[in-house]
Design a protein around this ligand. Structure first.
Ligand code: ZN
Length: 390
């Protein structure tokens, strides 16, 4: 990959933020943004406020931000208002509780400059503040339970034209401006890349704050995004309501060395699951949108998991607890010589390629393993093909 060294220094961007009674976290958050992005690269700093009654205005002004009042309160309205004021080729959006990673600017700008079809780059963010919340998310991150396609609009660098082409921030669902914009970008042929190695912080002062926040978000949201096409199934919903995979609890307690961590996780999962099980008018579960770039990444991960298997002779296979059908290539039914596994870190995907809950499948060749991976992927996500122009 060739990249002109001067380009990153030349990249000019506007910063956008939407606020509402944000004083509690704003000071800390704005300081990290100042550390992470060199002054020379910043053109405008635009904040759009939804009618704060606390010190939000004063704090923003003291950090050199222009503050506009939103015509209407709500993330999509405020974000679009900010978008309308952006006059640079690139812009960034942050939320009032982000603790931006020091590497954020360098990492995201390199990615967006290297490929003109990248419409958005972002990192992931983990809670900071409450020890319990911090431990839960750290554990999830280390265990690869936070999907690598995780998306948000609180630490993103965009190509302005891409966002405009995709129709800006949709007000279809007050809590899904990110998911809808991401999907619209795929439709227009732009990539939305989440860099899993770029980790920012996300202020959460206490567990109870998270509990309340999660409920508010669930009430506000019309859509829930899921990588699991079977979220509609009763049994899976029940499992999810009861806190998800029971295997995780002892592991979590041992690895974090905090007993309250699995307890807190259980309460949060239960809250989410319980809410999802109540009948709701006009709410729906949507499969996460994916594009070809993610499909290729997924295939790459599946193919590197390969292991040669010894062709079973006679009853040996059954002795090891495998039934005969399991060692057939799941694509062509031929004799399989390789074992693959569906990677962790893509969400709760059920490969459904074999009886039982395992993530393993067999294939006769790399080519057929790739075909199986593609099938699993397209079943778990909404695979978006860009509209042909014109
Ligand atoms: Zn085959």
């Amino acid at each position: 990959m060739f990249l002109c060294l001067g380009c990153v220094e030349l990249l000019e961007l506007d910063l956008a933020m939407w606020t509402y009674n944000s004083a509690k976290t704003l000071e800390e958050s704005l300081s990290t943004i100042e550390w992470a992005i060199p002054k020379e690269n910043i053109c405008h700093k635009i904040a759009v406020d939804g009618g704060s009654k606390d010190q939000t205005f004063e704090i923003l002004k003291s950090h050199g931000w222009t503050v506009e009042e939103a015509p209407q309160k709500g993330i999509p309205y405020q974000a679009n208002h900010a978008l309308g004021m952006v006059d640079t080729e690139f812009f960034a959006s942050f939320e009032h509780d982000i603790l931006l990673s020091l590497d954020w600017f360098e990492t995201t700008s390199k990615t967006i400059l290297a490929d003109a079809s990248v419409g958005c780059v972002q990192g992931v963010r983990l809670y900071r503040g409450s020890k319990t919340m911090q431990a839960i998310e750290r554990w999830q991150y280390d265990s690869k339970l936070i999907p690598r396609w995780e998306f948000s609009i609180d630490n993103d660098l965009y190509r302005t034209q891409a966002v405009r082409n995709a129709g800006g921030f949709s007000n279809e669902c007050m809590a899904s401006a990110d998911g809808i914009l991401r999907r619209s970008m795929f439709k227009k042929g732009y990539k939305w890349i989440t860099d899993y190695s770029l980790v920012s912080g996300h202020i959460r002062k206490s567990f109870s704050e998270q509990f309340k926040h999660q409920l508010r978000a669930a009430e506000l949201a019309r859509y829930t995004w899921s990588s699991n096409p079977e979220t509609g199934s009763r049994l899976r919903r029940l499992i999810s309501m009861l806190g998800g995979n029971p295997r995780y609890y002892p592991r979590m307690a041992v690895q974090t060395r905090m007993l309250r961590v699995p307890l807190a996780w259980f309460i949060l999962r239960f809250e989410k699951g319980f809410y999802a099980n109540l009948p709701h008018e006009g709410k729906s579960v949507k499969p996460v949108a994916m594009d070809d770039w993610y499909l290729k990444e997924f295939k790459k991960e599946v193919l590197t998991s390969t292991k040669q298997i010894v062709a079973p002779a006679g009853n040996e296979a059954t002795a090891r607890g495998r039934s005969r059908g399991d060692t057939e290539c799941r694509y062509c039914g031929g004799n399989a010589s390789f074992q693959y596994s569906v990677p962790q870190g893509w969400g709760n995907i059920l490969p459904q390629v074999r009886r039982g809950p395992g993530r393993i499948f067999f294939a006769c060749s790399e080519e057929h393993a790739a075909k199986i991976a593609e099938r699993v992927f397209k079943r778990a996500f909404e695979y978006v093909i860009p509209e042909s122009p014109g």
